[in-house]
Write a protein that binds this ligand. Sequence first.
Ligand code: HEM
Length: 400
Amino acid sequence: MSELTLPKQALFNPYDWSFHENPFPVYEQLREHYPVYYNEELNFYALSRYDDVVQAFKNWPVYSNSAGVALENVSDDVSKVFSILGMDPPRQQAVRGIVRKVFTPRRIIELEPVLQRLCQEYIADFADNGEVDFIEQFAGKIPMDVISEMIGVPKQDRDRVRNWANNLIERVDGSPDIPDIAIEASIGLLGYFGAMVAERRQAGTSDDLTAQMLAAQLDGERLSDEEVVSFLFLMSVAGNETTTKLLANALYWGQKHPEQFAKVQEDHANIPRWIEETTRYDNSSQILYRITMEEVTLHGVTIPKGVKVALLVGAANRDPRRFEQPDIYDIDRDLSQNVAFGKGVHFCLGAALARLEGRVCMEELFKVYKGFQVDEASLVRVHSGNVRGFSQMQVRFDRK
Ligand code: HEM
């Protein structure tokens, strides 16, 4: 256990966190010295130990999603923007039951050839010397293309939709304010999905996600256009940047630990473990907030009703109480306790899809190339309250 070196207030600033090279010593100090941390300035609590984070995920009547999963309150009715992620059961479970049909293992595996084709097309456009802007030319493209395929965005609109989705999470350094570029992106995306849903309501059948939601009934009533739009918006927030960042994080940590990447080079069957360990070690989604519905006491600290509590998934996944030598990046470790995709009623609906995307993207890249170098001087981290990873990364891939 390290000495406590930071003053308590400076310990955890959620607005600086995403672009710190190494937030893990701070997590350690929280876990060891402040298992229930309180940030007076911003009036929120944070849980960092594995068992505490998991029990909070499971205890939805106390730790509620009804105020969203960000520190800032988005609007009066969060579910209008964040759909099921801004709801509690039973409504959350009922709506989730409708959309879950598009995320079954069978439906997800059907996307494999679509993904392979997309990867091959983007890889064919890489420069002959293998130099690429990895986010711009690959990792930032695939996730939203897949979502567009699932929800039925026509090909000619996909670039526009992807640009909006990529701009949604931009934040200014150390500030809670939402910049114009992100506001314009959410207006653009909500407007686009609104028009798409209205048109699809008229046009009728297809078996994509949008059609299934429009046809579904809950308690004898159809979902409103607004409810369908908010789920499409949630997909664009939850399934896009997270997956983009995962792909780049895997290359970054693979380069930092060549002995681990060597295992992937030797046998591509190790790719899923590489992806999974990356989500444990440095996940793209590391902070999810809840709001307390009643007073709760933990480790001798009473958290009042009606305050935000940060569940630090990234800290939980490095808790030595749960993982042996947690700061070692080891693709062969037991990953069955990984909480990168959450736990309980809100467990990531897209987890199987994210894992498929991670696997297929790396399989396709390393069918063509044998290795890579990330240009560390080119790296730029995204500034965001919830997502961690790179917005710029130059990579040179070496042909076989
Ligand atoms: C590396 C990639 C991803 C990570 C790390 C990730 C992580 C998470 C986490 C931690 C949650 C739980 C949130 C909470 O409890 O408040 C969640 C929920 C969710 N994720 Fe993912 N996710 C990823 C990819 C995706 C993809 C590809 C999709 C779909 C296209 C997706 C769709 C969703 C949805 C719809 C929810 C809300 C579920 C609910 O509220 O019932 N995610 N994700």
